[in-house]
Write a protein that binds this ligand. Structure first.
Ligand SMILES: Cc1cc2nc3c(=O)[nH]c(=O)nc-3n(C[C@H](O)[C@H](O)[C@H](O)COP(=O)(O)OP(=O)(O)OC[C@H]3O[C@@H](n4cnc5c(N)ncnc54)[C@H](O)[C@@H]3O)c2cc1C
Length: 389
């Protein structure tokens, strides 16, 4: 049996970050197992590339601030430029209730140290993003060091730097089961390439995290949720440094990436097919109509239907990450459930999971609110003041 001190299931941005941080701390024998033929087969390659610290819960704000610190020295740590571009996130409110939700979130942000997060008037909104129609907009929120990152560069950076620290990656290997000892600890990982003995397992399988956990007899409440992106033909009607602009009421948002405009708007997944990540043409029509009404300059730019894509969010019941040992198994660690914020939080979560595994607890941040046991009866699941934030 080939051995692994830590078997990381999933070589997306989460698994790569966890593996890198463990190895950088001197942990030897870290092996990533991924059933795909190479990097970027999961959600990481589908992400929009947004980074923000404007959240409504203390723990999410602090995860983003830790990530910001790590993005600023990412090139030094890993040798790869993560493409961090602080273009800002501009939230727009159409009702007093939406404005109040943004204000309540801002109080949480200020308390966590995000002092530059501000309320913005219609006039300031027009200055920050002159292309949008202010019809119905009554105000908003802005934070300048939110912005953009390049998901595949972060993945690449952690994989390359991890390899230099001794992380081994086995692509094309599916994890099919686990063997436990009499005390309930995982001692063996069963794979499509045969069994592997191990001291610990990290479940970094993104939208498939619950399925991987189930193979160890564990319940990790992560469910897939389809997210679609409509993409325009190449154009120059909006500037590359336009802030991510989000209508707080319905979550419609847009950004410019690689000379095209990306349009997003949350929708339901495909009924009875939770892992279906196909693009619904009717959704593309609807989001295009929204874009034309809200960003008039886009009326002259066609949608490139062949480029539109979808992927899967990895939802947890309270839309917060699940981090730490799973209840019922002390050496099965979760780093999943980020609910659509996984690329931006991977640098922080990988760092924190390495602390949990190496030291028995996270010391850089208090992440007790992310404990996998919080969903059990009477657990303290997190509530945000707004659905989107
Ligand atoms: C349309 C869209 C837009 C998004 N935008 C953003 C954004 O702007 N900012 C942001 O921070 N996040 C965004 N996200 C979310 C982000 O993509 C995810 O949170 C993140 O990529 C999760 O990373 P991961 O490594 O956990 O999962 P993945 O990248 O999905 O990796 C999981 C890996 O596990 C492997 N695997 C699964 N089961 C097994 C098994 N049994 N054996 C072996 N391997 C297995 C898969 O092959 C896969 O490679 C977006 C997601 C989507 C879909």
């Amino acid at each position: 049996m080939r051995p692994a001190a830590v078997a990381v299931v999933g070589g997306g941005v989460m698994g790569a970050s966890a593996a890198y941080h463990l190895a950088a701390r001197g942990h030897s024998g870290v092996v990533i197992l991924d059933r795909a033929d190479g990097p970027g087969a999961g959600s990481t390659a589908r992400a929009t590339g947004g980074y923000r610290a404007q959240y409504a819960t203390d723990v999410n704000v602090r995860l983003s601030l830790l990530t910001r610190e790590k993005l600023r020295r990412f090139a030094e740590d890993t040798g790869t430029d993560p493409g961090y571009q602080p273009a800002g996130y501009l939230w727009l409110a159409a009702t007093p209730a939406e404005l109040a939700a943004l204000g309540a979130a801002r109080e949480v942000q200020h308390a966590a140290g995000l002092r530059e997060a501000v309320e913005v008037s219609r006039r300031e909104i027009a200055r920050l993003n002159p292309a949008i129609s202010l019809d119905g907009v009554i105000g908003g929120a802005f934070f300048p060091s939110d912005g953009f990152i390049q998901p595949l560069k972060i993945l690449e950076g952690y994989l390359a730097a991890g390899a230099r620290h001794g992380v081994r990656v086995e692509w094309g290997v599916e994890v099919t089961g686990f063997g436990r000892d009499a005390g309930g600890r995982i001692v063996e990982v069963q794979t499509s390439r045969g069994p592997m003995s191990t001291d610990a397992v990290v479940d970094a399988a993104g939208p498939w995290a619950a399925q991987v956990a189930a193979r160890a007899g564990l319940a990790v409440p992560v469910t897939p949720l389809r997210r679609q992106i409509a993409i325009t033909a190449p154009c120059e009607v909006l500037p590359a440094d336009m802030p991510m602009t989000i209508w707080a009421g319905d979550g419609f948002h847009l950004r410019v990436r690689d000379g095209r405009v990306l349009l997003l708007w949350p929708s339901q997944g495909v009924p009875d097919r939770p892992f279906d990540a196909s693009v619904d043409p009717a959704w593309v029509d609807a989001v295009t109509a929204m874009a034309h009404a809200r960003v008039p300059v886009l009326r002259q730019v066609p949608i490139d239907r062949a480029s539109c894509r979808a992927g899967l969010y990895e939802m947890s019941p309270d839309k917060h990450a699940i981090l730490g040992a799973a209840p019922g198994c002390p050496n099965f660690y979760c780093i999943n459930g980020s609910s659509g914020h996984g690329v931006m939080h991977a640098p922080a979560l990988g760092h924190l999971l390495a602390e949990i595994i190496c030291d028995g607890r996270a010391s850089t941040l208090d992440v007790s609110r992310l404990d996998p046991g919080r969903f059990e009866a009477g657990g303290g699941a997190l509530n945000a003041v707004s659905e989107l934030l």
